[in-house]
Design a protein around this ligand. Structure first.
Ligand code: AMP
Length: 299
């Protein structure tokens, strides 16, 4: 029998220590879906929560701004936080458990072991954020060990993160099912992100260039264009037409190995990292194959 699902407005347990989280998890019969987040929740996160609710008897959400995935000059200290609002949203969404540990609990003095995520972590984001995926893989493995979820939900918005985590789960025999979820966008096409709050009104308008570049890639795909350089050049030119945008990368790569493609024969991951003022935004779309469309996107 499926364990009783909690309804909207039901009691939500907030756990701040690893011991309390383990005990609360152990008390839940049936399957648990985990949604790892860094908080400052938006509709993208909530779509993962709804996915987890649909598939599992219980839902756990973690809120942890993980210092080991931020570089020294990145926005760890400034990362937006609003715990009260996050908890209200999660309560309304019928979440059972929220794990909100301190940095000291997750990285006590003397902690020295990290996950080395291998070559897929060196491309794309890895070139601009050295050590980022080492931090991501380490915290995600720790969360899996603490929460012991049946399934874990990740957004395709962070496509390389999904590749890294799927490889880690496969290579380290972690007993969890990874469920990818579609990117949720604002009505004008901007992918939702906690970092969008940093954008001034002019930057918010300039940020639309990412979605426009991905739409161009889709249009080129539909027209039968298959030359990787042509995609990279035309997308770059479009983005460079926006005065507030600075490109970190424009990539057309194999969706699994993340190597750049000369010719697009099978599915291709088109991904972008663009700085708009001081805010770094990423977005992507998969051409060909099942993943080229998401139900919530205009792309
Ligand atoms: P974050 O809090 O940014 O670490 O994101 C937590 C999870 O939410 C990750 O799996 C992200 O990929 C996912 N996520 C973030 N933004 C979106 C979005 N716009 N659509 C779908 N998933 C998202």
């Amino acid at each position: 029998m499926v364990a009783c699902r909690r309804g909207r407005g039901a009691e939500l347990e907030v756990l701040t220590t690893i011991e309390a989280m383990r005990a609360a998890r152990a008390a839940l019969p049936g399957s648990v879906g985990l949604v790892p987040t860094m908080g400052y929740l938006h509709e993208g996160h909530m779509s993962l929560v709804r996915g987890a609710r649909a598939d599992n008897d219980h839902v756990a959400v973690s809120i942890f701004v993980n210092p080991t995935q931020f570089g020294p000059n990145e926005d760890f200290a400034a990362y937006p936080r609003d715990t009260d609002r996050d908890l209200a949203l999660l309560r309304d969404a019928g979440v059972d458990l929220v794990f909100m540990p301190t940095v000291e609990a997750m990285y006590p003095p003397g902690a020295m072991t990290y996950v080395d995520p291998g070559p897929v972590s060196q491309h794309l984001e890895g070139q601009f954020r050295p050590g980022h995926f080492r931090g991501v893989a380490t915290i995600v493995l720790k969360l899996f060990e603490i929460v012991r979820p049946t399934r874990a939900y990740f957004g395709r918005k962070d496509a390389q993160q999904l590749v890294v985590i799927k490889a880690m789960v496969r290579d380290l025999d972690v007993d969890v099912e990874i469920v990818p979820m579609p990117t949720v966008r604002e009505p004008d096409g901007l992918a939702m992100s906690s970092r969008n709050v940093y954008l001034s009104p002019d930057e918010r308008r300039a940020a639309l260039v990412l979605g426009q570049a991905l739409s161009l890639a889709q249009e080129m795909w539909t027209r039968g264009l298959r030359d990787g350089d042509e995609y990279r050049e035309r997308l770059r030119a479009l983005i460079e037409g926006e005065p507030l945008a600075r490109i970190d990368y424009v990539s057309v790569a194999d969706p699994e190995a993340l190597d750049e493609l000369d010719r697009i024969q099978g599915p291709a991951l088109v991904s972008l990292a663009v700085r708009i003022g001081r805010t770094r935004l990423i977005d992507n779309v998969t051409l060909g194959g099942r993943r080229s469309r998401s139900p919530t996107s205009m792309l």
